[in-house]
Design a protein around this ligand. Structure first.
Ligand code: 0A1
Ligand code: ZN
Length: 866
């Protein structure tokens, strides 16, 4: 049977949610033995398998790029006619109910450029198995509903790989002849293979301890290169804070004796929640004031928390199949967002999270790659680690928590964890726990999991002075998305308040449930027309259109007691002026300037909130408000308004900039807020065109004792043309050329700059000696940032599209997952004028015509053209 091998060069198969079938064989136990070596690692796997149900189907063990050196069943080596390879999958017919199956394979970590499976990074050997990387290590039923107890033995050269880590707890170790050593780890918790991990290398440890709520001591370790040890303190603090928070807020305790984190330089995503052994992209572990911005610090805190929280929402309760990915990701993002809000400012965190949602998820939801939070089909699951699964998924949990109230929500999460502990569950299981624990009917709410697309809600407030009645008419519509032309009305929780303009107060915040296509709500007791504050706290992930005047928005920007709604009013005020300007209408910029001045000078407000609120909406967000995006007009209008704001309030910007200079670095919320505001002030000051603007920016760049101020000054300078620009870029490069994470900022700042020559600069940086396609962080710093720079990427020459398509084609041969992440910006062609759209389609077609294209890029590019 061994000659039955088949190759699969045809169009990638489509996997469908409704085709789910329970596994044919279970694997209660697995023992793995690794003889580790960078170029030839031997993997010996012993699987105890049990037939699941009554059937006569053979055992199928997935493999990707593996050739069995040996296959044994119950201790007997099989002849080549007793097994077969079917497109990589090892097929073994078996008669009994349970067997012991052994395989031996050899893998080559140092030629694994996809960074999936076992790979080498900076002298380390490490693994990445989610979603389907375990099949690149050994033959196994690589699906999340097969849960096994793992024992892992590793053997390696002791000088090269003095540290050997795996999931669970270490149990035994020893030395071997020839300078080799070994270690054995066991993980008592049954887990799916996507949570398997090992690391071998020369690592130093930041060791600490945590005592859990039941008094157990957990040994914590953050493992990095020796030189990076001083940069691990913030991650360790975040880990301990997360452990305490999950106990306090969700009643969830850690369950093993050790918890290890390893930082690696080459990693496709942010980090990975492997049981007891989280593996991180080093950018989410390492931080010090010299090299990390406040945003980086927050990223470390948030991602450490995210991965830790997965221990319950993901590991103890895992996913039945990959269509349920948001079960663990949406819930875990909601948990990490709540944690970060508790660690800092709720108001600012909500604004930041909504900004990310709108920038990434709303765009996804309105384009060719739109998909439901629980998708129906995929070609390559790696393409579904999206803002929809993560961020919109988190909004769904947030809405349920809002509808239930915290106490009932918490009772429901307890029920969910208790009833599904040790299981592979579904999104439906979660919703049912919410219904049972919360005593609520979520039948209509389930549409949020099924229907893609961002709902639009039109809100019209009218007032009858004769009766003192206000009427709020809400209408909803969910736009068509691929495969879903017609949508049903959703259950949309809308927090609203009606302000009395005379007193500046409202009668209370109400939660309205919009469940019909059109619904009206009446409010009594308004002698004069109230002002509508709607979707407060961004209670639902929808696009709200209202009939509010600029005067109403200005009122709310000064008086709304819901910080998100106050921010939103200011942003809408700005959007209206900018869109008006783009459309050639006469607009009243003075109202915006006055609102900014009032906000920036209000002593009651948190400086971090002020900074968020007075910042102009991004060019991309403005594009989202237009029927056809006009990148040049948007840039011109935004630039001009920025300059006006800069000029009109120049003394204020000088004051704020001077008044927020700190004597010594601190990570306190007040110090972070001051830096945020200081950087915005600098930005407006330079935008004003003041003669000394570049010098002031350069002075900040030069004098700063922290990266937040240094990088902001560099970014401000990078937008213009000045001697200071070139000097600062040179200084930055020379200072950080040997520090990869910081050098990434140098690439990113230039790719993201509003500079007329950005396209050419990016083309030149592509050829820079420090640019490499082998490191995903470097690729994202240059091409990810560039593709997010609307004005530059959509340069009318089409050169931006060409650069990104070239990068996708070259990168696909090395790392298809990371290549596929660069496709969506090209897929937004329907949003642009026909000349640009044609060039974007041509770029996608050129990518698709590439022979041997990966399944990852094929799926994204072909769907983008449909
Ligand atoms: N589960 C991880 C995300 C993740 C997914 C796939 C990966 O493969 C390269 C890596 C990480 C998380 O949500 O953090
Ligand atoms: Zn996650």
């Amino acid at each position: 049977m061994a000659d039955m091998q088949s190759t699969n060069a045809a169009a990638p198969a489509i996997i469908r949610r409704l085709d789910y079938r329970p596994p044919d064989w279970l694997v209660p136990d697995i023992a793995l033995d690794f003889d580790l070596d960078a170029s030839a690692t031997q993997v010996h796997a012993v699987l105890s398998i049990v037939r699941n149900g009554t059937h006569d189907r053979p055992l199928r063990l997935e493999g990707d790029g593996l050739l069995p050196v040996e296959v044994k069943v119950d201790g007997r080596t099989l002849g080549p006619e007793e097994w077969a390879l079917d497109g990589g999958t090892l097929v073994v017919p078996l008669n009994g109910q349970s067997h012991q199956v052994e395989t031996r394979v050899e893998v080559a970590p140092d030629s694994n450029s996809k960074l999936m499976g076992l790979y080498a990074s900076g002298g380390l050997l490490c693994t990445q198995c989610e979603a389907e990387g375990f099949r690149r290590i050994t033959f196994f039923p690589d699906r999340p509903d097969v849960l096994s107890r793992y024992t892992v033995r590793m053997e390696a050269d002791k000088s090269r790989y003095p540290v050997l880590l795996a999931n669970g707890d270490p149990v035994e170790k020893g030395d071997l002849p020839g300078g080799r050593h070994w270690a054995r780890w066991t993980d008592p918790f049954p887990k799916p293979c996507y949570l398997f991990a090992l690391v071998a290398g020369d690592l130093a440890c930041n060791a600490d301890r945590f005592v859990t709520m039941s008094g157990r001591e957990v040994a914590l370790g953050i493992w990095v290169r020796e030189a990076d040890l001083p940069r691990t303190a913030h991650a360790m603090k975040a880990l301990k804070d997360s452990m305490a928070w999950d106990e306090r807020v969700y009643g969830r305790e850690y369950d093993l004796d050790v918890f290890n984190i390893v930082a690696v330089a080459d990693f496709n995503f942010g980090a990975m929640e492997n049981k007891g052994l989280n593996i991180f992209n080093s950018r989410y572990i390492l931080a010090d004031p010299e090299t990390a911005t406040d945003l980086d610090y927050d990223g470390v805190e948030g991602v450490v928390a995210h991965e830790y929280f997965h221990n319950w929402s993901g590991n103890r309760v895992t996913c039945r199949d990959w269509f349920q990915l948001s079960l663990k990701e949406g819930f875990t993002v909601f948990r990490d967002q709540s944690f970060s809000a508790d660690m800092g400012s709720h108001a600012v965190k909500r604004i930041e999270d909504v900004r990310i949602l709108r920038a990434a998820q709303f765009q996804e939801d309105s384009g060719p790659l739109a998909h439901p939070v629980r998708p129906e089909s995929y070609m390559e699951i790696s393409n579904f680690y999206t803002a929809t699964i993560y961020n919109k998924g988190a909004e769904l949990i947030r809405m349920m928590a809002l509808m239930l109230g915290w106490e009932r929500f918490r009772a429901s999460t307890d029920l969910y964890f208790e009833s599904h502990d040790g299981q592979a569950a579904t999104c439906e299981d979660f919703v049912r726990a919410m219904e049972e624990g919360g005593g609520i009917d979520l039948s209509q709410f389930r549409l949020w999991y099924e229907q893609a697309g961002t709902p639009h809600v039109r809100a019209m407030l009218s007032h009858d002075p004769a009766t003192g009645t206000a009427e709020l008419l809400l209408e909803q519509a969910v736009p068509p998305t691929p495969g879903q032309p017609d949508k049903k009305p959703m259950a949309i929780p809308m927090r609203v308040a009606l302000f009395d303009p005379a007193s500046g107060r409202h009668q209370g915040d109400q939660l309205l449930m919009l469940t019909q296509a059109k619904q009206s709500f009446r409010f009594e007791g308004f002698s004069s027309a109230p002002i509508l504050s709607i979707n407060r706290g961004f209670s639902a992930p929808v696009i709200v259109e209202t009939n509010r005047s600029q005067a109403d928005l200005a009122f709310l920007s000064a008086h709304d007691d819901d910080p998100f709604a106050r921010y939103e009013a200011m942003q809408q005020l700005m959007v209206n002026v900018l869109i008006g300007r783009i459309g050639g209408q006469a607009v009243d910029e003075d109202a915006v300037i006055a609102a900014i001045r009032d906000t920036a000078t209000d002593p009651q407000l948190d400086p971090a909130f002020v900074a968020e609120t007075i910042r102009l909406p991004s060019e991309a967000y403005l594009g989202d408000q237009m029927p056809v995006v006009d990148p040049d007009a948007i840039h011109a209008a935004r630039d001009a308004l920025q300059q006006r704001i800069g000029e009109a309030l120049e003394p204020l910007w000088r004051d704020i900039h001077a008044g927020t200079k700190a004597n010594a670095f601190s990570l306190s919320p007040a110090a972070k807020g001051a830096r945020k505001l200081r950087n915005i002030a600098l930005h407006y000051l330079v935008a004003s065109g003041a003669q000394d603007g570049p010098q002031i920016a350069f002075a900040q760049f030069h004098e700063a004792d922290n990266m937040t101020e240094r990088q902001a000054a560099l970014a401000t300078l990078a937008n213009g043309a000045s001697d200071e620009r070139e000097a600062a870029l040179d200084i930055f490069y020379n200072r950080y050329r040997d520090d990869a994470l910081t050098l990434d900022k140098w690439f990113q700042t230039q790719a993201f700059a509003f500079h007329p020559n950005t396209v050419q600069l990016v083309a030149d940086l592509r050829e820079h000696k420090d640019f490499t396609l082998a490191n995903p962080n470097r690729v994202r710093s240059l091409f990810g940032a560039f593709a997010g720079n609307q004005w530059a990427f959509h340069h009318r020459s089409g050169e931006g599209y060409r650069l990104v398509a070239d990068c996708i084609i070259a990168l696909d041969k090395i790392n298809p997952q990371t290549a596929a992440r660069l496709v969506p910006p090209l897929g937004r062609w329907r949003r642009f004028d026909e000349a640009r759209a044609a060039m974007m389609r041509a770029a996608l077609q050129r990518v698709l015509a590439e022979p041997g294209l990966s399944r990852d890029v094929t799926e994204q590019a072909s769907k983008s053209l449909e």
